[in-house]
Design a protein around this ligand. Structure first.
Ligand code: DGJ
Length: 742
């Protein structure tokens, strides 16, 4: 719902967006757009009394045409601050006009309201019907240059989520250059208590590690300049207070639907107001806007919670599942797969794959995925990317006979691609050296012996679409793993003029979207899984096309606790691809029981990644039970509400890093699945767990013990797990408990 009134100070418009149980309020004041409130719902519209009227005239310039002596853009809380006219804090927008000047002043022109969420362009975006959302467009204009900005706000009716983006339009007759354009900015001016930024950092094998950083005066930012959203920081941060926990306190999550360079920053001014901004990272970004052209920023999503981080995460989960993942697989039960990467690496042929497939079929596994190494002359990672033609030495007769035999075993078949890459040692590079990104006169940096294709070029994308289509049409291929294993360097395009080279990084991402759009439109039934050296580009933009993403190349169950629970801050279980792999684990050499590896992998889209032909009969029996369990609990795990109970870094009974726990509860609270893992056992351990999200008035039966307990007891007093495991608690041991309302 969007309420539009006029406020008491100047009578100009005031906008109150109600999204779920949250309010987002801003107003027009002498033409400027001022932010007033973002948080749990408030009844009043006119929140202008919250405006702070302080500041010393000599250090805070004020617009010449505003009568109020206290008013300065350097102090006022703003919705979309611009550069050069008195606000010295980080700007949301900076444009350079044809005369070289960069001072801009955005003033309100008009607004429009729409039911639903109109599509703006072909970039990934939240979708919602006319019954599910309301959208407000506020049109602003810079009197000096004539450039206009449309700020778009969508309030989702059933969820405390507000979606924002900016569209910069050039109605003038001279070109302008955008040097900085955020998707969303808001100034949180009323918290008046210690604030923190929670974000997810990482690297290869350690994606999405949770970090909370106290905010001091100055700027804290997270970003990627790698050409992809990256392992290093996820395009997400949450503004919280020092007292925010999983279940209490304010949290404003900000997530950018973008697969490229991004920056999210929190800047604290001298009066304690925090500017929270998300958008394209401005390093090596410029965009030339010719007369009549417009530039559409990526979308940013605010998840607003007054009840802690758990609720913020659950809002993101629902939003992505119901309003972002477009795949017909978004809500469907995914096949349990076995991937041959950690089973064989590059060393496989049809017979080896069939041997794995036979054992897979006998264990109830539903799909075989053939990973890297099936094309060109690729027997290691030094060649052939771009040559998407079957290596018939490995797969005699091509894909069709292999897939037919795998299908005959009752298994689906999936395949790996790394479309955006080119090996210097490839037929493609011999034919088209200019198809790789590169700066004339400079060597190209290599990573994993490969270069990056120039995805800004339509001819490159046409080639990829055709070669990938040829493969997909050659056999019954029902799944694709879309990998991306290096970041961009020397990012210049042979086809763009000098004044547009600053557009390459963003045009690359738009080119990637275009190819993904074409592939998903041509193969609507395909299950697409994203991947980037593990989870290096695990972001909402990729989830728009691919409902699941390979979470990390680190498949060690204990390491996965950090990675999967960190990922859960923003992404639902249904998006996290999680596999049981060999023990000792290939990345850490750690030995973990088959049972625990299964319990942890069941935290997401479940599968296996090991050589099934080497397993014992007992292990194969366990796989049968795990697959059956996964099918039983699929709806609960993937469509239920997720609660983090103990993070691996938490201190429990004086021990830090000793255990982890999480649970999912069905939307109607009739069922719950709880997983508890002991990471490091100790002498005489004492474990209690308080559950979340149940109906306190109902009674629940736990399946394995038959114990009947009230929801109120499970949530308030908790359960005693001290003796819950037969044989006692050892390093890497776990239990899963299933509760049903009676
Ligand atoms: C990186 C991925 O994360 C792995 O799962 C695997 O597909 C390799 N690439 C193959 O090169």
């Amino acid at each position: 719902m969007i309420r539009i009134t006029s406020h008491s100070l100047t009578g100009e418009p005031l906008f109150h967006l109600r999204a779920g149980d949250a309010s987002y309020v801003f107003c027009v004041f002498h033409g400027f757009l001022l932010h007033l409130y973002c948080g749990p719902a408030v009844e009043d519209d006119d929140l202008t009394p919250l405006l702070v009227k302080v500041g010393h005239d000599s250090v805070v310039p004020r617009p010449a045409d505003t009568p109020e002596g206290w008013f300065s853009l350097d102090i006022a809380p703003q919705e979309f601050p611009v550069w050069g006219t008195g606000d010295y804090r980080p700007s949301a927008l900076m444009i350079r006009c044809a005369d070289g000047s960069a001072a801009t002043s955005l003033r309100y022109v008009s607004h429009e309201v729409f039911a639903g969420k109109p599509a703006v362009d072909a970039q990934p975006a939240v979708f919602a019907s006319e019954d599910e959302a309301d959208t407000l467009a506020v049109i602003l204009s810079d009197p000096g240059s004539g450039v206009t900005v449309r700020l778009l706000y969508t309030a989702i009716r059933a969820l405390p989520a507000v979606i924002r983006r900016a569209v910069v339009e050039n109605p003038t007759d001279s070109p302008v250059t955008i040097e900085r354009c955020a998707s969303a900015s808001l100034d949180v001016a009323t918290w008046a208590e210690p604030a923190e930024l929670l974000h997810l950092w990482g690297t290869w094998g350690r994606e999405r590690t949770v970090q909370r950083t106290p905010l001091a005066h100055g700027t804290v930012s997270v970003s990627s300049r790698r050409g992809a959203s990256s392992h290093h920081h996820n395009p997400f941060a949450a503004l919280v207070t020092a007292r925010t926990t999983e279940t209490a306190g304010p949290a404003i999550g900000l997530s950018l639907i973008y697969a490229g360079n991004f920056e999210i920053l929190a800047d604290t001014d001298p009066f304690g107001s925090i500017r929270f901004t998300a958008g394209i990272e401005p390093t090596d970004f410029t965009w030339r806007l010719e007369p009549g052209e417009s530039f559409v920023s990526p979308e940013a999503v605010l998840s607003i919670s007054g009840e802690g981080l758990g609720k913020m995460s659950r809002t993101f989960h629902r939003l992505w599942r119901r309003h972002l993942c477009r795949s017909e697989w978004a809500d469907r039960t995914r096949p349990v797969l076995v991937n041959n990467w950690e089973a064989t690496y590059f060393n496989f042929d049809s017979e080896k794959l069939l041997a794995i497939a036979r054992d897979a079929a006998a264990c109830g596994i539903e799909m075989l995925v053939m990973d890297d190494g099936w094309f060109g002359t690729r027997n290691d990672d030094r060649s052939s990317l771009g040559d998407w033609f079957v290596n018939e030495e490995k797969l005699p007769g091509g894909l069709s006979p292999l897939v037919e035999r795998i299908n005959a075993l009752g298994l689906k078949f999936g395949i790996w691609f790394e479309p955006e890459m080119i090996s210097p040692k490839s037929r493609l590079y011999d034919a088209h050296p200019d198809w790789a990104l590169g700066t004339p006169g400079r060597d190209k940096s290599v990573a994993r012996s490969q270069y990056v294709l120039d995805m800004t070029r339509p001819d490159v994308r046409d080639y990829l679409f055709e070669t990938i289509s040829n493969v997909l049409s050659s056999a019954n291929i029902e799944y694709v793993k879309w990998d991306f294993n290096r970041n961009l360097t020397e990012a210049a395009s042979a086809t763009l003029p000098p004044e547009r080279q600053g557009e390459v990084m963003h045009r690359y991402v738009l080119g990637l979207y275009d190819l993904l759009e074409r592939i998903t439109a041509a193969y609507p039934h395909l299950l697409l899984e994203g991947c980037s050296s593990g989870g290096g580009r695990f972001d909402p933009a990729m989830l728009y096309y691919a409902p699941q993403y390979w979470t990390s190349d680190d498949t060690d169950a204990m390491e996965r606790l950090d990675i999967q629970l960190g990922t859960s801050f923003v992404y639902p279980a249904s998006a996290m691809s999680c596999h049981v792999s060999a023990s000792p684990n290939h990345q850490t050499r750690r030995v973990t029981s088959f049972e625990t590896r299964g319990h942890v992998a069941m935290g997401g889209a479940f599968g296996y990644e090991l050589d099934l032909t080497t397993l014992t009969d007992e292990e194969k029996d366990l796989i049968r039970r795990q697959v059956a369990d996964y099918h039983r609990y699929y709806g609960l795990i993937n469509r239920g509400d997720f609660y983090r109970l103990i993070l691996p870094g938490d201190t429990v009974n004086g021990k830090t890093g000793g255990c982890a726990a999480w649970m999912t509860v069905s939307e109607d609270r009739s069922e719950a699945l709880v997983t508890f893992v002991v990471i490091r056992a100790s002498i005489h351990p004492v474990y209690f767990l308080r559950l979340e999200g149940l109906d306190p008035a109902a009674k629940y039966r736990e399946e394995s013990t038959g114990a009947v307990t009230a929801g109120s007891t499970l949530m308030r007093a908790g359960i005693n797990l001290t003796s819950a495991r037969r044989g006692g608690w050892t390093d890497g041991s776990s239990v899963v408990m299933h509760f049903t309302r009676i």
